[in-house]
Design a protein around this ligand. Structure first.
Ligand code: OOG
Ligand code: NI
Length: 455
């Protein structure tokens, strides 16, 4: 087969993200309601804020806004995770970042499979937050062995998707018909099943150890547990959720509302209680699936991130049990210590920026290999434009908040483990890419393209 008949990985990812969204909308109608609300608020925001619209267009983010989603899944074994890595590679999605959720009493560690190149991100940035259950954090040995044995018996992939992954790896691509077939087969892995694979007693036993363990172990596959559209005004969507019939999570996770948004703000509607049939004719309920929204801001440098983590901790200590309005007010006060204008964020090296030549501008020849002082002058003259780079990743504290609000807020009964990135990478069969390195490279490349010294 000639490579010219291959469909690009970006196209396959785009087809997959649309197919997942359609499947989830059919499975969880409230997700459709949430999509409609986000679209309305995004439209209103763009009309009210033409400067924001112009900026999203300039950054190539306008086209992706309507299709932008992330989702989340949880798997049980190293083999499942390793095969997922190969499956996502077909779609140009690679493991970025390591997240340790055991810190928050959730017995998983995670990565995000996502595109990494600029062009791929603009085409469709679909990401999947993927968690691996850490059975070693179950204290009861008998229960741990039982869970492992149940997981050993299942195969979460269809034979056809395994074949198509192998074809992709051997040939270097998939043609149009293979790509469609791949998408149809791949989404089977993430479908919801009303039937559990275990009896009610086993479910309850695992559930008592940790609700998440039951969610991962008792079903045929890693059902997609939420999909998240990107909003331009999360406060407004949160405010309107109840009148649209959704029950929002108590507080919006992440930083407060700001003039220059940073990182990621997230909220969700609560997981649904769903009727589940157990083997041996038992019936009960399980809740796993919910809807979430996110608002993205600038990627922070290591020092910006350190400052963010510090302030968030400070705010959280005093914000326990507050409602969203009070929580946001408290965050707002604490975060006055974090500069909220682009020039300061840039000069103090708190956020990553992308530098480009203004339309029609030229650089004076002397600026070749110029230093920071010269860069500032070029920006002041309007010849070079600096735009914050959008954060494409996740936040462990927020992720823990999302997990917990959908696990019923109960106290965890599993031991808090330590981060174990090595074990995660061994299971994955590959290293995870450091997300901060990606932003740093992108910033440096934009300066080099202008003939300026990278910073
Ligand atoms: C994943 C929760 C994390 C996010 O947006 O931070 C997440 C899960 O519940 O499986 O999706
Ligand atoms: Ni999420």
């Amino acid at each position: 087969m000639s490579s010219s008949s291959f469909v690009s990985s970006d196209d396959i990812r785009d087809r997959f993200s649309r197919a997942m969204s359609d499947m989830y909308r059919a499975e969880v109608p409230q997700y459709g309601t949430l999509l409609a609300l986000v679209e309305t608020v995004n439209h209103e925001t763009l009309v009210a804020r033409p400067a924001l619209a112009a900026r999203l267009t300039a950054r190539g983010e306008m086209a992706r806004l309507g299709v932008e989603r992330h989702g989340a899944i949880r798997v049980g074994t190293a083999q499942e995770l390793a095969t997922l890595r190969r499956l996502f590679a077909v779609m140009g999605m690679f493991p970025v970042g390591y997240y340790d959720l055991s810190e928050a009493g959730v017995p998983v560690h995670s990565t995000a499979f996502r595109p990494v190149e600029d062009a791929a991100l603009s085409r469709n940035p679909f990401r999947l937050f993927t968690s691996l259950l850490r059975l070693e954090l179950i204290e009861d040995e008998t229960l741990r062995a039982k869970a492992a044995a149940i997981l050993e018996r299942r195969d979460i992939f269809t034979p056809a998707v395994r074949e198509l992954i192998a074809t992709f790896e051997a040939e270097g691509g998939l043609d149009d018909a293979q790509a469609d077939r791949f998408v149809a087969e791949a989404i089977e892995t993430f479908r919801w099943h009303h039937d559990a694979t275990v009896d009610l007693a086993t479910y309850e036993e695992l559930h008592a150890a940790h609700r998440l363990i039951a969610d991962v172990v008792c079903f045929r596959g890693p059902h997609i547990n939420h999909l998240t559209p990107r909003t331009l005004d999360i406060d407004e969507v949160q405010r309107r959720m109840p009148e649209a019939g959704m029950s929002p999570k108590a507080v919006i996770e992440g930083p407060p509302r700001r003039d220059c948004p940073i990182l990621l703000r997230q909220t969700s509607f609560k997981a649904l209680e769903e009727t589940t049939r157990f083997s041996g004719a038992g019936e009960g309920t399980h809740s796993a699936r919910f809807g979430e929204i996110e608002q993205r801001g600038a990627a922070l440098t290591p020092s910006g991130r350190e400052r963010y983590d510090q302030l968030l901790n400070e705010a959280r200590r005093a914000a326990e049990g507050l409602d969203n309005a009070a929580h946001q007010a408290r965050l707002g006060e604490v975060f006055t210590a974090f500069p909220d204008d682009e020039t300061t964020l840039r000069r103090e090296g708190l956020a990553y920026f992308d530098y480009r030549l203004a339309d029609g501008a030229e650089l004076p020849p002397a600026s070749l290999a110029g230093g920071a002082v010269e860069l500032e002058a070029l920006i002041a003259e309007g010849r070079v434009i600096a735009e914050p780079i959008t954060y494409e990743d996740f936040l462990p504290v927020s992720a823990a908040g999302i997990f917990q609000s959908n696990l019923g807020g109960e106290e965890s009964s599993v031991g808090h483990g330590n981060a174990n990135r090595q074990a995660f990478e061994a299971a994955l069969g590959a290293p995870v890419t450091d997300e901060l390195a990606l932003y740093a490279e992108r910033q440096a490349a934009s300066l080099v393209a202008l003939g300026l010294e990278p910073r």
